[in-house]
Design a protein around this ligand. Structure first.
Ligand code: FUC
Length: 778
């Protein structure tokens, strides 16, 4: 009896201890190995949005993980329709004064018509990003299987599949390597020589050809309506025998097999398509010819982890992290008690950044680098009136600063193509880009005058250069990219127009993104232009250069039409007080100055902050994808973490609704559903989560500024704040526990937590430690 009692007591104690550990965040030890972040499934993918993405910045693939047939659909980021083309409309500028005059007189219909006829890009539409090809692998007699598991491990960026057929365990690993510039597929089996399969390449392009040789296959595709061609070769190494028949490679009696895929196009840059994929592809493959999968994998993991391991976030684990990811998404929407999924969402966004944006590659499109359609939604291109910038919102904060570079290279291109547009359309110097860009760096207004003529693009993109500087304090970078900011400022300084009705300088013609048509003076443009002018002035001071020009900007800032509060207590979206409180449109552009801008904030402009909040309340909580994600960021800046979390709950709800219709939320592979898939929501959502726990946009570091009740405990390590600071901190019972700050560049640091504020000088490379009351620790 006694023994039983003791056992009972010990068991109970163990249970309590187990539960305590389970419900607590891991004890903080910042040097500890990263938590295991994985996407896990017990079934192969049926749809593309079930499949798992891999990528090395340019070469991406979606892995379906089928058993009898594996399908790996792949992309290379430079395969697009079209050809070098600048889209500027010669002579458009002759109509600028008339369009402005019509808008001033309130004749918007006439202004639209004239602008549509005379002011739009040539041609009116840009072009689509293209899928490249497909790898199919047929396994003989694998219809009946057990033990199936498919996963994407974020710790090593490897997608794997395992299952059992007839007592033999089959495993498959697929990765996209940045150092070796290939996709590698590795197959093994636990039973000698039990690996038998056929493999072949295919594509959905009409113009395609496949050539099979001894141990490889080469696919050539030519895009419809364009000059780009793609060449891709799959090469196999195995201990089995390889033969070819009926356009497939047939592998028999193997115990292991490795396949390498290389893909390239003739795109060199937006004006040059003289590339030679016919030599690039074999050259790339010859470099890995004498190596093996183990080495490729090691190279890949080392390279990936150098980026991925810099940061970690945890909100505790309630034991659900081992459940299949699709199930976790379903459960999260019913009972939001899976804080680990929130951390996974952030880590997954980091994974997607590393996989789609590497130095030297193109920036992430609306779908990153993953697209399976010849006519993808919104061309799978770059939309600048929110989407492209959102892709880069969290990048500095979650410590992937160099992954921001593709965006800066894009801006360099635009400073060339956009200079032509500035001249032809506005008779101005500098450069401008409108709301959409493709691989040819089209910068002119596209599609329709009521949304295509939006003038904020150059200003918004330029703020990313400034933000990168604020986070890194890298003066050499600022010096290199400063001309881009200043030439955007040159454009606006000449473009701004004195409104005959109010005397203010305004942006005209333009629109408040995708709402309200072509107008004179949308609020967002003015916020953007002021932010650009201010940062250009600051940058020129830091660099000690160009002050003759920048001193001309200061007086203009005060003449630009200011933010105004309207009759419904709202922040006005336009010059006129005409906002409709019943309008629930997805774009909330006039709140740009709240986030990602900082002109409107509680400290300097409390009344405008109140009005902005009122505007967001009128817009409501509904939305999908990026719109929801932006609202999460806004609510974090309004310091209402619970409201932000409520919207996060929607972002993490299943995209497929109970009636079978697809709405907003997350697909089983955690891709954001706009719908369809659009990657901006993944990045914007991650940014919103980080804004809940750290903000640094007002010259100080605020800890836990919008912590939701649902995330009472956790820690983050390697999070970056403006000023060149890297932080580790943890919290429990919704209270800050401790903080470590590494000062990467030295300088003053202001730290703030609730009503506590401290200011101190830092030395470069030194770490400073504090407790939850911001008292210094040894
Ligand atoms: C803007 C948005 C759409 C979509 C598209 C790619 O036009 O209004 O919702 O996200 O970009």
């Amino acid at each position: 009896m006694k023994t039983l009692n003791n056992t009972y007591i010990i068991k109970s104690l163990l249970l309590v201890l187990g539960l305590t550990l389970m419900f607590c965040a891991k004890p903080k030890d910042f040097s500890e190995q990263k938590d295991d972040f994985k996407l896990v499934y017990t079934e192969p993918a049926e749809k593309w949005t079930d499949a798992l993405p891999i990528g090395n910045g340019s070469l991406g693939a979606m892995v379906f993980g089928g058993v009898a047939q594996e399908h790996i659909q792949f992309n290379e980021e430079t395969l697009w329709r079209g050809q070098p083309h600048d889209y500027a409309h010669e002579g458009a500028g002759e109509y600028l004064a008339e369009i402005r005059q019509l808008l001033t007189e309130g004749k918007s219909r006439e202004a639209h018509k004239l602008a549509q006829e005379e002011f739009m890009s040539e041609p009116l539409k840009q072009v689509h990003y293209q899928p490249f090809g497909d790898i199919y692998i047929d396994f003989k007699n694998h219809e009946n299987y057990t033990n199936y598991k498919r996963e994407l491990n974020l710790n090593d960026a490897i997608s794997s599949v395992s299952y059992t057929v007839d007592d033999a365990n089959y495993t498959r690993e697929i990765l996209s390597s940045f150092p070796d510039q290939i996709i590698a597929i590795n197959l093994t089996v636990s039973k000698e020589k039990a690996l038998n399969f056929d493999v072949w390449l295919d594509a959905i392009h009409d113009d395609k050809s496949v050539v099979t040789s001894n141990d490889s296959q080469t696919l050539v595709v030519k895009v419809k309506g364009g000059v780009l061609r793609g060449v891709s070769t799959l090469k196999i190494k195995t201990d089995g025998s390889v033969t070819s028949a009926n356009g497939t490679l047939q592998i028999t009696n193997a115990s292991k097999a490795t396949m390498f895929l290389s893909a390239a196009t003739n795109y060199i840059d937006f004006s040059d398509v003289s590339g030679n994929p016919e030599t690039i592809v074999p050259e790339t493959l010859s470099k890995v010819e004498n190596t093996n999968y183990k080495k490729i994998k090691l190279n890949h993991i080392q390279d990936y982890q150098a980026l991925y391991n810099r940061f970690e976030i945890s909100f505790g684990d309630n034991g659900k992290s081992n459940n299949p990811t699709n199930q976790r998404i379903l459960d999260f929407s019913k009972t939001p008690d899976d804080p680990h999924l929130v951390a996974l969402y952030v880590e997954y966004a980091r994974y997607l950044t590393i996989s789609s944006s590497r130095p030297g590659t193109k920036p992430a499109t609306l779908q990153g680098i993953w697209n399976d359609k010849l006519t993808p939604p919104w061309f799978s291109s770059y939309t600048t009136n929110i989407n492209l910038e959102m892709n880069y919102w969290p990048v500095e904060m979650y410590n992937l600063s160099e992954c921001h570079e593709p965006l800066f290279d894009l801006i360099e291109d635009l400073s060339i193509t956009g200079a032509k547009v500035a001249k032809e359309h506005y008779n101005a110097d500098g450069w401008i880009v409108h709301h959409n860009i493709d691989i040819w760096r089209g910068a002119a207004p596209v599609n329709a005058s009521h949304h295509g003529i939006w003038l904020g693009g150059a200003a918004w993109l330029s703020t990313h250069i400034w933000e990168h500087y604020l986070y890194t304090q890298d003066k050499a970078f600022l010096e290199k990219r400063y001309p881009l900011m200043r030439n955007a400022a040159v454009f606006y300084s000449q473009f701004l127009y004195e409104d005959p009705n109010t005397g203010y300088l305004i942006s005209s013609p333009s629109n408040s993104p995708e709402i309200g048509g072509l107008v004179a003076g949308p609020t967002m443009d003015h916020q953007l232009i002021r932010a650009l002018f201010r940062s250009t002035i600051e940058a020129s001071k830091i660099l000690g250069a160009d002050q003759e020009f920048t001193s001309s900007l200061q007086p203009m800032i005060s003449k630009i039409a200011p933010n105004k509060i309207g009759k419904h207590g709202q922040l006005q979206e336009w010059m006129e007080d005409k906002d409709d409180p019943e309008n629930h449109h997805r774009h909330v552009s006039h709140l740009w100055a709240v986030h990602p801008g900082n002109e409107i904030n509680y400290e300097d402009t409390p009344d405008l902050m109140k009005a902005a909040k009122q505007s967001l309340e009128y817009r409501g909580d509904n939305g999908t994808g990026w719109s929801l994600a932006w609202k999460i960021n806004f609510w974090s800046r309004f310091k209402d973490g619970n409201h932000a979390y409520k919207l996060l709950h929607k972002l993490l709800s299943p995209a497929e609704k109970p009636d079978g219709k697809v709405g907003g939320g997350s697909y089983p592979n955690l891709f954001d559903a706009h719908p369809p898939f659009q990657i901006d929501g993944n990045f914007g959502g991650a940014s919103g989560i980080l804004e809940m726990i750290l903000q640094s946009h007002l010259g100080k570091i605020e800890l836990l500024p919008a912590l939701p009740d649902a995330l009472p405990r956790g820690y983050v390590s390697g999070i970056v704040a403006r000023g060149g600071f890297e932080l580790n901190f943890s919290w429990e019972n919704s209270e800050l526990k401790d903080v470590e700050i590494l000062s990467k560049q030295g300088g003053k640091c202001t730290l703030s937590y609730r009503d506590k504020h401290i200011e101190f000088n830092t030395s470069k490379g030194k770490t400073y430690k504090f407790d939850g009351n911001l008292n210094s620790k040894p």
